[in-house]
Write a protein that binds this ligand. Structure first.
Ligand SMILES: Nc1ncnc2c1ncn2[C@@H]1O[C@H](COP(=O)(O)OP(=O)(O)OP(=O)(O)O)[C@@H](O)[C@H]1O
Ligand SMILES: [Mg+2]
Length: 509
């Protein structure tokens, strides 16, 4: 007898409909699984067999053929345990129900408990688009799936609860979407704790307001890591579309906090400097998202930048430029979004004291040069704001005065983002950092004075065309923070100042 059960698969951050077909026929007992399953799908057979027996049913001793259609797309992971379980029960006549408007995903334990899987949110979206009315998911993934409107989600804890629901003895209640997003992290560290560093604080505000990349350079203990770790507290609010896209990536990567629906905070990722290029950009036999994608919509913080391997740093170039990363494998290529703000911190030389007002630098010129040259020109060119973080003066540090709080800064950041939303309505752009080259002239109108200033700076600083574009975008954000439509000379001058540090630290040695 033949049975078909609806389920779903995952390709990158998108789901697609899969049909699990099981046929039981006369013949020597065997189990044939076809439809491009990977090793983890092949192992389903043993889990499903135990689950069937332990749930009190009989495992069919016949010739079993299972197909996962469409047969030309790779199937990955243990999500097919639950559909295979139901397909075998239906094909062997032990379950008689019309399940055609329902889809199922979930890994099974040997006892029949339904375990969480990755990628439930994109699969739930695909289930809705494929016309399924009901989706059955593991209970740990219930909130994710319930985000999708127009789909009734059930989360049975085990197969017995599922079968009792079908026969009506104890029906499950549908999972409702969370009305309040669950707080997915502890209170964030606040900018009021950072004393002094006015210039760096201002630059962090600009970066958050326009989504620009930042490099913090300064001696040890001046507060670089401290500033970067406080950035999440001033990042702008998430729109629903952004939250959905970010949650999809974390759902696929399996990094969604348990029991959370849509993420309510922008991600902040700070990988250790011994991370591999694959860990950063994404990789694996079936490519999984890397840190650049996990930071999508938020911040990727690389502390002690020169300690990262050259290869790791270079693989940031494509994601930083295109906002997406494409990973090619024999099994095909996948693209993950990676529109994030890069925040990097470093010392100006190996001893850390080059340019320090009181302590002498003990590095030889060649050692210092080698250290700085670990950061390649192309990477530096992609960083919009180069900020010097000088040592804090005693008076400032010991002053009882509190610095401005993150809440106040965030209010200005949100106001600047609101202006950007109006400007970019209907274009798919979310921040100034993403303005495409073709739209720069239209979206960054310059006053006459600003134009002259920019021309002089371009020649004097030897800017690249990319640096010029990025400079305009930073000036755009500065003007947005000031509530201006046109870029004035003051806005442009401030943006130029953030591009001047590479001359001090790189071009003088
Ligand atoms: N501006 C500041 N205001 C208040 N405290 C500060 C400031 N700067 C540094 N500190 C104190 O010094 C500690 C170390 O600062 P932080 O880790 O940010 O230094 P860093 O610049 O990253 O140094 P390194 O180059 O060694 O990584 C902080 O945890 C904080 O206690
Ligand atoms: Mg540090």
């Amino acid at each position: 007898m033949l049975a078909t059960i609806g389920t779903l698969g995952l390709r990158g951050i998108d789901g697609f409909k899969v049909t699990a077909e099981a046929d039981i026929s006369q013949g020597l007992p065997s189990f044939e699984l076809v439809g491009l399953p990977d090793a983890s799908v092949r192992e389903s057979r043993d889990r499903v067999r135990s689950a069937i027996k332990n749930a009190g049913f009989t495992y069919p001793v016949s010739r079993i053929t299972v197909n996962l259609a469409p047969a030309d797309v790779k199937k990955e992971g243990p999500v097919y345990d639950l559909p295979l379980f139901l397909a075998l029960l239906s094909a062997s006549g032990q379950l008689r129900m019309d399940l055609s408007d329902k889809a199922f995903i979930g890994e099974l334990s040997l006892s029949g408990a339904i375990r969480p899987v990755r990628g439930v949110l994109p699969m739930a979206i695909a289930a809705k688009n494929a016309g399924f009315k009901e989706l059955y998911v593991p209970k740990e993934n219930a909130e994710e799936a319930a985000v999708v409107e127009g789909l009734t989600v059930f989360a049975p804890p085990d197969v017995t609860a599922l079968l009792n629901h079908f026969c009506g003895t104890s029906p499950l209640t549908p999972v409702l979407p969370q009305s309040e997003p669950k707080a997915d992290h502890l209170p964030l560290p606040d900018f009021s704790e950072v004393m002094g560093q006015e210039a760096a604080r201002r630059a962090m505000e600009i970066a958050a307001a326009g989504g620009h990349n930042v490099l913090l350079i300064g001696p040890p203990g001046s507060g670089k890591s401290m500033l970067a770790k406080r950035l999440p507290s001033i990042l702008p609010d998430l729109s629903t579309e952004e939250a959905l896209e970010i949650t999809k990536i974390h759902s696929v990567a399996g990094t969604l906090p348990g029991g959370s629906g849509l993420l309510s905070h922008r991600p902040f990722r700070s990988p250790h400097h011994n991370i591999s290029p694959q860990g950063l950009a994404g990789g694996g036999i079936v490519p999984h998202p890397g840190e650049v994608s996990l930071a999508h919509g938020g911040v990727l913080f690389l502390d002690e930048l020169p300690e990262f391997s050259r290869q790791a740093m270079e693989c940031l170039r494509q994601p930083l430029e295109d906002g997406k990363v494409t990973i090619s494998r024999v099994s095909g290529s996948l693209t993950y979004p990676s529109r994030m703000m890069l925040v990097a911190a470093m010392n100006p030389c190996p001893c850390g004291y080059f340019g320090h007002p009181t302590r002498p630098c003990t590095c030889s010129a060649s050692a210092a040069g080698r250290y700085m040259n670990k950061i390649s020109g192309p990477l530096l060119d992609r960083i919009d704001l180069h900020i010097e973080v000088p040592p804090v003066k005693f008076d400032r540090l010991a002053s009882p005065e509190k610095a401005e709080s993150s809440e106040d800064i965030r209010r200005r950041v949100n106001a600047a983002r609101a202006r950007q939303r109006t400007r970019f309505a209907g274009t798919g752009i979310t921040s100034n950092a993403e303005i495409p080259p073709g739209k720069l002239k239209e979206m960054c109108p310059l006053s006459e004075e600003a134009q002259t200033l920019l021309k002089n700076a371009f020649d004097r600083l030897g800017l690249s065309a990319r640096a010029y574009d990025r400079l305009l975008k930073v000036a755009r954000t500065i003007a947005d923070l000031a509530g201006c439509d046109e870029l004035s000379a003051a806005h442009v001058a401030e943006a130029i100042q953030y591009r001047s540090l590479d001359r001090k630290y790189w071009q003088t040695r």
